[in-house]
Design a protein around this ligand. Structure first.
Ligand code: BGC
Length: 367
């Protein structure tokens, strides 16, 4: 049940979240926005259009709350959003080379929306779909369940895929994202969230001074179209070594082929430990001006660290803030890009009777 500040009546449950109108889709369907709050005052607003995290207010070291994710003021921006601000990404996060893959001996062709490749699920990915929302708040915190059924053949993918994503805000200032999915035919799936963070507050300049640690000794080098070559390469002695916390901007302009291909950082890091049975630390970002710390924990084997290289000042976001180059960064937990075309990468196949399940946690603190 979703209501305005009413209790959902379960003994251990938290009070229910607030629901408001967020406008309409292009074809006139009503879109809502849900406000999740916790006992420390943290607040996350999520719309059922694209499952988008619209705002996320986290405390700095003095307890001052700021919105630390990039986005738009209203639904209009999200309807045409090409940057994927805050969105749920599916059916397949990141790129599939030449929009093509083989499964059970059959070749599937996907719409190409990134040069010759398919990016983030195709022309109309899960980020542009209206999800069905349900308040599933419980003892862990206020929680929003979003479900979306993707038809067999949608954007070229085989099988009816029923995807469920639960966002839970805990009193430990964590946003848990639990992804699950089932299918009625063999298919591929790779779901993620595409929030752009700026721990100094959205619209407050670039993120080059943020310190970043990524718990990965290897990454998947790419070609100039950002498709992995297939190798898992050591980060040691490269500007992609974030095994020790380093400023994002410290080496971003180094004369390095991978950085040139990515126009900065736009790569998949191979997390130490592979697929984990419980979320473990994948990355930690720290902004010394505000003191905010973001820890990303995940069960996934990879994370795409994207340093906002395509932000170019042409987007005006929330509060009239203009997003310039590298004004936000993403840590997209995932299976590796183009996995269906690399048999040495962890498989992204899902078969009938199997349950896809991954968990990612964005945990906020300060120091
Ligand atoms: C990709 C980038 C892309 C960005 C926004 C990231 O996941 O790796 O290349 O520009 O998403 O679309």
């Amino acid at each position: 049940m979703i209501g305005i500040c009413s209790n959902i009546g379960v003994a251990e449950a938290k009070s229910s979240m607030k629901r408001e109108s967020f406008g309409k889709t292009e074809d006139g369907r009503a879109v809502d926005i849900y406000t999740l709050t916790n006992q420390t005052g943290m607040e996350v607003r999520i719309t059922n259009f694209g499952g988008i995290v619209v705002s996320l207010k986290a405390p700095d070291r003095n307890g001052k709350f700021d919105d630390v994710v990039l986005g738009y003021n209203s639904i209009d921006g999200y309807l045409t959003n090409k940057a994927y601000f805050g969105a749920l990404i599916g059916r397949y996060g990141n790129r599939i080379a030449h929009g093509q893959f083989k499964l059970d001996g059959k070749t599937y062709n996907l719409p190409k929306n990134d040069g010759d490749n398919t990016l983030h699920g195709g022309k109309v990915g899960f980020n542009k779909q209206l999800w069905t929302a349900k308040d599933v708040s419980g003892s862990r915190g206020q929680a929003l369940e979003l479900t979306y059924t993707s038809k067999d053949g949608e954007e070229g993918f085989p099988g009816t895929l029923t995807a469920k994503v639960v966002y839970t805000l805990t009193d430990q200032n964590e946003l848990h994202i639990d992804y699950s999915a089932t299918t009625d035919k063999d298919t591929i799936v790779n779901l993620t969230n595409h929030s752009y963070f700026n721990l100094a507050g959205q619209g407050n300049g670039d993120i080059l001074g943020h310190q970043l640690m990524i718990n990965a000794d290897r990454f998947t080098p790419v070609d100039q179209t950002l498709i992995p070559a297939g190798e898992l390469k050591a980060v040691k002695d490269t500007p992609l070594d974030f095994t020790k916390a380093t400023a994002i901007g410290a080496r971003i302009n180094n004369d390095d082929q991978q950085l040139k291909f990515g126009k900065g950082y736009d790569h998949n890091w191979v997390l130490n430990g592979g697929i984990a049975s419980a979320p473990r630390l994948a990355a930690e970002a720290y902004d010394s001006t505000s003191g905010r710390v973001l820890r990303v924990l995940t069960t996934e084997p990879g994370v795409q660290f994207y340093s906002g290289n395509f932000l170019d000042g042409t987007i005006t976001g929330k509060g009239g803030k203009v997003y310039n180059l590298r004004n936000g960064f993403c840590l997209e937990t995932q299976h590796f890009p183009d996995s269906p075309n690399h048999s040495n990468f962890p498989s992204t196949e899902l078969k009938p009777g199997q349950m896809y399940h991954t968990t990612t946690i964005f945990k906020f603190s300060s120091r």
